[in-house]
Design a protein around this ligand. Structure first.
Ligand code: FNR
Length: 390
């Protein structure tokens, strides 16, 4: 069985008249989801910082790079498996942390997490999930089953930070992904124009409202005074005062791998290595934080050159198809996170929708590699890419 066999499964099902419920060109999902969702949720997911220039740059940087296929290399036996952060995985792909999934589908994070677990790929649960981390872990299976990583929005309140880390550890999350690019919420016109921010309605706050250290800071229980709980959440959700020496706190309180998400400058990547971190995610948050920022794919080679021999280098922002994943791997990523595509899959069809997205991406990646002369991701290098003229 290879990931590419998904295409034969689709054609064989077609003999009985069945066709896939969702498009296999995943770039079509956003428009379909836009018809399905209300204007608030669709703006929240599809929107970006400012006028969207960084989200467009993310796409342009991937589009500009073109794969140069090579011929007559034996690609009968293919293997997409990799080891990332010490974990053996069937493919170099994980689901990125995306918060507040209940605005897209009532089955929310447990559905996305189950879909990832069923295919063996890591699910990265957001701090801002609409389901508490323990319930998502339960949905994925016993500890040791269903590879799960926890994304930390590093709160101001040190006791809440400590409590999140110990809860995540106890619930079987193996790696910690610390998102550094969101010390403040950015200027997001699509949300501003609708005055839409789910957190103010108590959506995306489940980990906080269920946390003993968070609750200890409230005068009245969350259930009795939800508005005060939201205000407390807003006051401690992020901390723009953090600096590099603060990373020592994470190392002391988390004994597994730690990955810094949102790294774009080679010097920041080097600082991550010097601080004893295990990896970085080259990411601009899907263009949602700094308008006018460097495209993530343009930042990737510099970061990979700086720390690729010392740290695990992950990548996200703009990935929509299997060939995008191949390009990121060729540019130096060890693994790739996918954000909006699975959020749209969830919005359109719940867990099966996320499964569809995972299978399409991996089938297309498998075929792209094979048809370009690669039996494994390991043989991809920058020499397999060229840059299209302007
Ligand atoms: C995100 N992202 C994100 N990142 C994070 O670290 N914690 C979070 O809670 C969220 N929440 C979130 C919500 C929504 C609706 C989106 C679209 C994104 C960013 C995410 O992890 C990832 O960096 C981007 O989604 C990658 O870009 P693409 O794949 O969406 O282009």
């Amino acid at each position: 069985m290879s990931w590419a066999d998904f295409q034969y499964e689709i054609y064989l099902n077609g003999l009985t008249g069945a066709v896939p419920r969702l498009p296999t060109d995943l770039t079509r999902l956003e428009e379909l989801a836009a018809h399905r969702l209300g204007p608030g949720p669709v703006g929240y997911v599809a929107g970006s910082a400012g006028n969207g220039s960084t989200a467009r740059a993310n796409r342009a940087a991937l589009d500009r790079r073109r794969i140069v296929p090579r011929m007559l290399r034996d690609v009968r036996e293919r293997d997409l498996s990799v080891t990332l952060l010490g974990r053996p995985l069937p493919a170099p792909v994980a689901l990125a942390p995306v918060g507040v999934l209940s605005i897209l589908h009532p089955d929310a994070e447990p559905a996305a997490a189950r879909a990832a677990a069923a295919r063996g790929i890591p699910y990265i649960l957001s701090s801002a999930s609409s389901t508490p981390m323990e319930r998502v872990a339960e949905a994925m299976g016993e500890i040791g089953e269903g590879e799960r990583w926890f994304q930390l929005y590093w709160p101001k309140d040190v006791e809440v930070a400590r409590s999140f880390l110990s809860r995540a550890r106890a619930a079987g999350y193996t790696a910690l992904v610390v998102t550094l690019d969101t010390p403040l919420l950015s200027w997001r016109p699509r949300d501003l124009d609708q005055a839409y921010l789910p957190f103010l309605h108590g959506v995306g706050t489940a980990n906080y409202f269920s946390d003993p250290a968070f609750r200890a800071g409230l005068a009245k229980p969350v259930e009795e005074d939800p508005n005060a709980a939201v205000t407390h959440f807003v006051s401690m959700f992020a901390d723009p005062g953090k600096t590099w020496p603060d990373l020592a706190f994470l190392r002391e309180n988390w004994d597994g791998p730690i990955v810094l998400k949102g790294i774009l400058h080679p010097d920041d990547a080097r600082a991550a290595a010097e601080a004893g971190m295990d990896g970085v995610v080259v990411s601009n948050h899907g263009g949602r934080q700094v308008a006018g920022s460097i495209a993530a794919a343009d930042a990737l080679p510099g970061v990979a050159d700086a720390v690729g021999d010392r740290l695990t280098v992950l990548f996200d922002s703009g990935v929509r198809t299997g060939d995008d994943i191949a390009k990121a791997l060729a540019l130096g990523a060890d693994g790739v996170l996918v954000g909006r595509p699975y959020a749209y899959g969830l919005a359109l069809d719940g867990q099966p929708g996320v499964d569809h997205v995972i299978r399409c991406l991996l089938a297309e990646l498998d075929l792209t590699l094979a048809l370009s002369g690669h039996a494994t991701p390991a043989t991809l290098t920058r020499d397999d890419l060229t840059e299209a003229a302007g």
